[in-house]
Design a protein around this ligand. Structure first.
Ligand code: NAP
Length: 522
């Protein structure tokens, strides 16, 4: 039976909408759910969130809002099996890959529930200490942080229907800011179910969480000056959003997470078959194939010393050959499908582009799919090789959003860093080496163009969190083509949902102001 994904606005589920978009199982093609088109009542729904939602949220202390997040987490934990079933059907993911999204979202929600609890009874955050501005010391300036006076609109990508919601909603709700989420249509079912479960449980006040499924029409027009907008998706849509009249006219605060040509670098000191070499190859293959390569952090470029090019190619090809692609319901399968046939076509176009400048070091398409046929959205892994890393162009510019990466040989570390910078701003780069001093220097160089630098030496082989995994304690976002955004990073995430204001006055008044505040230190 097809589930209709109604919008929830102004504390009401909207009804009487006509199905416009259908959501399908990317392996079997079965129709699973449907959404309507342009949402009616956006202006009223947004006003309800800004007024009722914000009022109720901001009547609570930070500690109470943290407890509210913990309650929402309990509701979601109790329904985990349902979410795995939806992921399997709608995203075509194996259990472990569904976990990256479902449990990744729940983990992040729990992380902010714990972090927020430390703010206790506070209602206002202070930023730094007071600056004395008069000779008699009496006139001072104290920066404070208060929740923004609007709503937070999230326009999300299709690849993380759970994590993409909660990694943003957790810091927003903890800040006291109501949320409206518009998930990527093709996988909107999971986001919709989670929102519906939390609403039904009554753990959030009316207006705190709303959802619009199916069409982005009118969403940006409904924004007003104090709203904030967080977008995750392609660079093309990001450009349209930045230049939208309402966003530009009202100076709406915008955070953009866009596509990224992340690099993973094998250090110059590596030897074929040594610990860092093996770690590099294992992690490259894992990061290429988790969620069928549909992670914004997946390594699209693997940079290795020229003399190790063949050894890495051979080792990676050996491991990629063991990846069994097909229907995630088959327990033999360790990589499921892309989310849709449209994504399948997009990946095929990307492969054709990269073929024009690289050779195929591994082509998994020669192996049969398990329990899936050519009408499914299953794509096998592909590793390209660019012998001349300098003259290659497309590999530094075109993100193929699937299980695809390219090997490039570099001359020395300076050359590897220069190649990594050619991504023009990325979410993450990783370095695998035994040489601590060299890794530290490389990290400093990469930091200017990467939101996160992940360093793997043999001592952290078992404990490092993975190149592609976004942990809430670390910054997520990158400059330039990665969108220029910043998310997570522990308490830093709260910055986006607060307004900083300098309060200038007598120290007597500022002492009054300080009661009920909590220092904001990250
Ligand atoms: P997309 O086509 O840009 O869509 C993203 C979202 O924007 C969807 O909800 C989409 O709605 C909506 N949208 C489309 N056109 C719009 C418009 N004119 N105005 C307002 N909203 C609009 O991207 P995608 O294909 O879903 O996602 C894949 C891309 O996201 C990849 O390039 C990936 O690298 C990037 N990504 C980045 C991150 C990160 O954190 N940096 C994370 C995940 C993904 P519909 O679905 O209804 O079209």
């Amino acid at each position: 039976m097809t589930t209709f994904l109604n919008n929830y606005l102004a504390g009401q589920w909207q009804t009487n909408t006509t199905a416009v978009h259908t959501l399908r199982d990317p392996v079997t093609g079965e129709t699973l759910a449907a959404t309507g088109g342009a949402a009616p009542g956006l202006t009223e729904g947004f006003a309800f969130a800004r007024n009722e939602g914000a009022r109720a949220l901001q009547a609570m202390t930070y500690g109470q809002r943290a407890a509210m997040l913990a309650d929402a987490l309990k509701v979601l934990q109790a329904k985990r099996d349902d979410y795995y079933a939806i992921s399997l059907a709608n995203s075509g993911t194996i259990k472990a890959d569904s976990g990256v999204d479902v449990d990744g979202g729940l983990f992040t929600l729990g992380y902010y529930a714990k972090l927020g609890a430390a703010f206790g009874e506070a209602r206002t955050l202070t930023d730094g200490t007071a600056a004395v501005m008069s000779k008699d010391q009496l006139f001072q300036s104290q920066h404070i942080m208060v929740p923004v006076k609007g709503l937070a609109l999230f326009i999300n990508a299709f690849n993380f229907p759970s994590w993409g919601l909660w990694e943003k909603a957790a810091p927003a709700l903890l800040s006291g800011v109501p949320v409206v989420v518009k998930p990527g249509t093709v996988t909107a079912w999971l986001t919709h179910r989670m929102v519906a479960d939390v609403i039904e449980a009554g753990v959030l006040p009316a207006g705190a969480l709303s959802i619009v499924c199916g069409s982005s029409t009118g969403l940006l027009d409904a924004l007003t000056p104090f709203d904030v907008l967080s977008f995750t998706g392609s660079a093309d849509t990001a450009a349209a959003i930045r230049s939208h009249a309402a966003v530009a006219r009202h100076s709406v605060r915008v955070n953009i997470e866009a596509d990224s040509l992340n690099a993973t670098i094998l250090g110059e000191d590596a030897q074929p078959g040594d610990a860092v070499f093996n770690l590099f190859v294992d992690n490259l293959v894992r990061d290429m194939t988790i969620k069928s390569g549909q992670r914004c952090t997946a390594p699209r470029r693997a940079l290795v010393p020229k003399q190790l090019f063949h050894a890495v190619a051979e080792a990676a090809a050996g491991k990629l050959a063991a990846v069994r692609v097909g229907n995630p319901r088959n327990v033999e399968v360790n990589m499921g499908a892309l989310v849709s046939r449209a994504q399948y076509d997009s990946v095929q176009e990307g492969l054709a582009l990269l073929k024009t400048e690289g050779s195929m070091l591994f082509d998994g398409s020669t192996q049969p799919l398990l329990d899936a046929d050519h009408t499914s959205a299953c794509v096998a892994p592909t590793l390209f090789g660019m012998r001349d890393a300098d003259s290659a162009k497309l590999v530094h510019e075109h993100e193929v959003f699937g299980p695809v990466s390219s090997l490039l040989g570099y001359r020395d570390t300076a050359h590897a860093i220069e190649l990594a910078h050619r991504g023009m701003g990325s979410l993450v780069a990783s370095v695998y080496s035994n040489d601590s001093a060299q890794m530290a220097n490389t990290a400093r160089e990469l930091a200017a163009s990467h939101g996160r630098v992940h360093l793997v030496s043999p001592d952290v082989a078992k404990t490092h969190t993975g190149h592609g995994n976004v942990m809430p304690a670390s910054n997520h976002g990158g400059p330039g083509r990665a969108g220029g955004g910043e998310e997570l990073g522990g308490l830093r995430a709260l910055n986006f949902y607060h307004r900083r204001s300098a309060i200038q006055g007598s120290s007597v008044v500022l002492t009054e102001l300080a009661s009920g505040t909590n220092p904001f230190t990250v």
